[in-house]
Design a protein around this ligand. Structure first.
Ligand SMILES: N[C@@H](CCC(=O)N[C@@H](CS)C(=O)NCC(=O)O)C(=O)O
Length: 259
């Protein structure tokens, strides 16, 4: 496993410190690591405790999720789009935000469908929590964890029941975009080169069908949660989309994942 330091140690340091959840291929965390990898930006890994109180992190960054980027004494960046802009400023090459406004607007729109509130990651999390909270055979620890995460991330049964349609709608939109790009001869989701959207999709695809254990080692429990069995979602997670995830990981990202 990669080396992490605690928040208490990281606070006094300079440079880029990145708070991540160890040992879990959390999609926001993996996307952030992917962006930093492509840009070759060095950083120090700081530990977030999954499902924990994370009091030192709250004190430092005013929130308790991961990932967070903290550069020198600048404000902590806990949202994916802020993190992307910081990475782009620290290392403009290779650019991951398109220069042309139409491409940029499309990229941020689709990225928001994956990473933003009520996007694919958010909706899949509601589905996973719903699976535990409605399973009478789930043990007490699993129920407790799901209740904690549900309170933190807006769980309600009716929202969880609507989530598969939301996820499928987003997958269909990405699939259409990929097909349109193929038709004009591009291997990427936006324009003619890698953008942050390709990295976000590669990371968030773990919530539909994770990479095999040899490339993405994860506990059997997490693998069961991440692998999506819902028929509406499975039908929308097209082979082309998953092949695109594989292409992005093999060509541009780190394999096996080093969490
Ligand atoms: N703040 C991120 C989202 C990050 C996020 O939702 N992280 C979750 C992933 S499940 C997390 O850290 N969960 C662990 C926890 O809350 O303990 C963004 O909107 O850009």
């Amino acid at each position: 496993m990669a080396e992490y330091i605690d928040v208490d140690q990281a606070i006094g340091m300079d440079g880029l410190r990145v708070v991540l959840t160890p040992a879990v291929p959390g999609p926001w965390t993996e996307a952030a690591r992917g962006i930093l990898h492509v840009k070759r930006i060095p950083y120090i890994r700081v530990r977030q405790e999954l499902g924990g109180a994370n009091l030192p992190l709250r004190e430092w960054t005013r929130q308790t999720t991961a990932p967070v980027f903290i550069h020198n004494d600048e404000r902590p960046r806990s949202l994916w789009n802020d993190q992307l802009y910081l990475a782009e400023r620290l290392q403009p090459d290779p650019p991951l935000i398109p220069r042309a406004i139409d491409e940029r607007a499309l990229m941020f729109g689709l990225a928001n469908e994956l990473c933003g509130e009520n996007g694919l990651g958010w909706a899949r999390r509601l589905m996973i929590l719903h699976g535990t909270l409605t399973n009478p055979r789930a043990d007490g620890d699993a129920q407790g964890f799901a209740r904690f995460m549900g309170a933190k991330y807006g769980y309600a049964p009716e929202l969880a029941e609507a989530a598969p349609r939301r996820v499928a709608e987003i997958l269909n939109a990405l699939d259409r975009q990929l097909a349109a790009q193929r038709a004009r001869g591009s291997r990427y989701l936006i324009g003619d080169r890698l953008s942050a959207l390709d990295i976000y999709w590669a990371a968030f695809a773990a919530l539909i069908h994770p990479l095999p254990d040899a490339l993405c080692p994860m506990s059997p429990g997490f693998r069961r949660m991440y692998e999506c069995a819902d028929p509406t979602v499975k039908a929308a997670g097209s082979p082309q989309l998953l092949a695109h995830r594989d292409f992005i990981y093999h060509e541009h990202l780190q394999l096996p994942l080093d969490m």
